[in-house]
Design a protein around this ligand. Structure first.
Ligand code: MN
Length: 246
């Protein structure tokens, strides 16, 4: 049993007690750092997976109503519309891989691009966050960030700027390129760096949703405040696992 597993159990136990004490019905779902597959997000399913924490779990950063609407309305709609597009475009979702489709997304419809991207991005986004104390990358990922950006703080500034400067709706990303370099990039709408139409291509390791629906209730026009707070809930364990598989 790894140290991580035992600290996670400890966290769940502690959180569970706090929830009981506060009279809150907590839904403690299985670990937010382990996908069903040992490789996080490999073979992302076409259907929406359970949110890996309670709607209130990230309340200090993302309020519960935003989380609930984001998950049950916005993200659910991407999953449904992706399913509809797959029927219309005769994609067999029992054998197709969403990642492979995104890598060739220029061959599909705009509906597939918007909703395939939307579904993949949100499934990843929920896992990029977790409740608990703010942390930082460790080990090989921390070293690679230092090497690529000079320091963790410089990386944070670049990523923050990518999110702040994305005009309209879109995403900020940390991605691993084909030649194994870490890059910060940003995409419009529901595009992502896997897509063959992306300006900067790579495997997304960390993604931040900067659509207004992700933050407007709590932050209104203050996207920079949302991003500044968001660093406190980044799930670096998840990002590290994606880095190590990439
Ligand atoms: Mn969103």
């Amino acid at each position: 049993m790894s140290k991580n597993n035992s600290s996670r159990r400890e966290f769940i136990k502690t959180t569970g007690k706090a929830g009981v004490a506060a009279g809150i019905a907590l839904t403690v779902l299985p670990s937010w750092t382990e996908a069903a597959s040992p490789v996080p997000m490999a073979g992302t399913p076409f259907t929406q997976q359970p949110l890996p924490y309670d709607y209130k779990a990230l309340d200090a950063v993302v309020d519960a109503m935003t989380m609930e609407i984001h998950y049950t309305k916005h993200a659910a709609a991407y999953a449904k519309n992706l399913a509809d597009a797959c029927v219309a475009e005769k994609v067999d979702t029992s054998s197709a891989r969403l990642e492979d489709m995104l890598r060739n997304i220029s061959k599909y419809s705009a509906k597939m691009r918007n909703n395939g991207g939307g579904h993949y991005n949100h499934e990843m986004f929920w896992k990029c966050m977790r409740p608990g104390i703010a942390s930082k990358p460790e080990g090989r990922l921390a070293a690679a960030i230092d090497q690529s950006f000079g320091s963790f703080d410089t990386f944070k500034t670049q990523f923050t700027d990518a999110g702040k400067n994305r005009f309209g709706s879109g995403w900020a990303w940390l991605a691993l390129t084909g030649d194994k370099k870490l890059v910060v990039t940003s995409t419009p709408n529901q595009d992502n760096p896997l897509m063959d139409i992306a300006e900067v291509k790579g495997t997304p390791l960390l993604g931040l949703d900067v659509w207004e629906h992700a933050y407007y209730l709590k932050y209104q026009n203050k996207r920079p405040d949302y991003i500044a707070n968001w660093w406190n809930v980044v799930n670096w364990e998840f990002v590290q696992k994606r880095f190590e598989m990439g």
